[in-house]
Design a protein around this ligand. Structure first.
Ligand code: 3EB
Length: 309
């Protein structure tokens, strides 16, 4: 097997300047933004490139990387203040919104959310469900469901809430998946407030794809069966990419993928299946993480670029 190329995302075709680097697991250094999950496979970093160089600074407790066109930021809520995860999500999204709406990058395009004990708590008291309530309280406004960013919510072992995000000058195009109920319309069974995210954001020829699980319609398929869920995720991603291509001739190329697995023991069976399905050459990182519903054991996200025929 050839070595896996280092995951990188190019937001423009000629992008060669580093906008931001994400460090997985314990590899965070002073410069990279953190992804607080244990890395099981792949490179230590994922780099996002743009066409002009970025500057780094801190503002209102947010770590910022910006280049005039794009902004990647990170916001952290410590363990004590994220014990009440609903309140923590409300506070964090209120700050995030206040920050970007007064910045030169008012459009929220992509968000990642990581916190500990994601599935702790019964029924509507589950921390993931409380998080959804707090997030929704902070962002709900007339028409907001047509401007939702692509997102990921994954549970890790590091106490606290970490939110990273990409914002831009101009809005992306919200893309939903014809094979999946829009998450913001999930029925009541999955929580008091449905999750506020889109399946993908299209920016030019790039598609930023949300964390995608084995959810078809709104049902969890193959609960606990990691390999069967990979096949379902593949079908979900195919449906999303086909829908986003809107009949244009060409093909989608994966730039960088992240695979989240709930149980380390699934990795030996799951990784070959992912490489078979998504391409052996695809730059991929595998991280350990909890997913929104107990039956979901794997999730995939990434960035795809459309290459016209
Ligand atoms: C799902 O399809 C799986 O709450 O922002 C994936 C990506 C999931 C984002 C979120 C949840 C979120 O419902 C879980």
């Amino acid at each position: 097997m050839s070595p896996i190329p280092s995951p990188s995302v190019r937001l423009e075709h000629d992008a060669s300047a580093t906008l931001a680097r994400f460090a997985f697991g314990d590899d965070a250094d002073g410069d990279a933004l953190g992804v607080p999950l244990v890395r099981l496979f792949g490179a230590s970093y994922e780099t996002w490139f743009a066409s002009t160089a970025a500057s780094a600074h801190e503002q209102d407790g947010l770590r910022i990387r910006q280049n005039g066109q794009w902004l990647i930021g990170e916001l952290r809520v410590d363990a004590a203040r994220s014990e009440d995860i609903e309140q923590a999500a409300f506070d964090a999204y209120t700050r995030l919104r206040a920050f970007i709406t007064t910045s030169a990058y008012p459009q929220l395009l992509r968000v990642w959310n990581f916190f500990d004990r994601l599935n702790e708590g019964e029924g509507d008291a589950e921390r993931y469900r409380r998080f959804c309530v707090g997030r929704h309280r902070a962002i709900a406004a007339p028409g907001f469901e047509t401007q939702l960013p692509a997102a990921t919510v994954i549970g890790g072992q590091t106490p606290g809430l970490v939110i990273s995000f990409l914002a831009g000058r101009e809005a992306g195009v919200q893309v939903e998946n014809p094979r999946q109920t829009p998450a913001f319309r999930y029925p009541r069974d999955y929580g008091p407030i449905s999750p506020s995210f889109s399946r993908a954001t299209r920016i030019g020829s790039h598609l930023l794809v949300s964390g995608t699980a084995a959810v078809v319609g709104h049902a969890t398929l193959h609960p606990g069966d990691a390999v069967a869920q990979i096949d379902e995720i593949d079908a979900n991603v195919d449906a999303l990419l086909e829908h986003a291509a809107a009949g244009q001739p060409g093909r989608w190329e994966a730039q960088a993928l992240r695979l989240y697995v709930r149980r380390d023991a699934d990795l030996p069976a799951v990784l070959p299946r992912v490489l078979e399905r998504f391409g052996a050459e695809v730059p991929i990182t595998v991280l350990r993480g909890d997913i929104s519903r107990a039956g979901l054991v794997v999730e995939i996200e990434g960035v795809w670029t459309f290459l016209p025929a």
